[in-house]
Design a protein around this ligand. Structure first.
Ligand code: RB5
Length: 145
């Protein structure tokens, strides 16, 4: 059974989110799109980050992918929530280490900076990597103290 993934973006991230959605559905992930639903009505990355964080936290074992123009604003938003480990990734190596060392449960992308080919590679790497636990767990526990 493949992972359940919540998707969320502001208007600047909409186009990339839509492509990510199609890719994940093709790959048979379970996908839940929290909006936004177009690239022309300006909405807040803060609001869509909160929505994403709350859904992931309320659904144990699920993951989130958020997109805004840079991936920065939406990463600030999700990381205000205890239990969320949101990784703004810009490379395949980031994606690998975000899982292996940081046990990330949310990925954030810059929709104005990355194309779908790059993002597909990062998503593939993230989900095929495994959290290593061990020495990393204490540090992760400290985040939520
Ligand atoms: C919206 O124009 C843009 O500021 C936003 O998507 C994001 O890049 C902020 O971090």
């Amino acid at each position: 059974m493949k992972e359940k993934i919540y998707l969320s973006s502001d208007h600047a991230g909409y186009d990339l989110k839509d492509k990510i959605k199609k890719y994940l559905e093709d790959q048979k992930y379970e996908v839940i799109d929290l909006g936004t639903n177009n690239n022309y009505d300006s909405v807040s990355y803060s609001e869509y980050g909160k929505k994403l964080a709350k859904n992931v936290l309320n659904d144990k074992g699920s993951y989130g992918i958020g997109v805004c123009g840079t991936g920065l604003g939406i990463s600030y938003s999700v990381n205000r929530f205890k239990g969320i480990r949101g990784a703004r990734v810009t490379s395949v190596e980031d994606a690998k280490l975000a899982r292996e060392h940081n046990d990330a449960n949310v990925l954030l992308f810059g929709g104005r900076q990355l194309n779908i080919d790059q993002v597909e590679k990062m998503i593939d790497q993230f989900f095929k990597s495994k959290y290593e636990g061990g020495r990393h767990q204490k540090r992760i526990d400290e985040l939520d103290e």
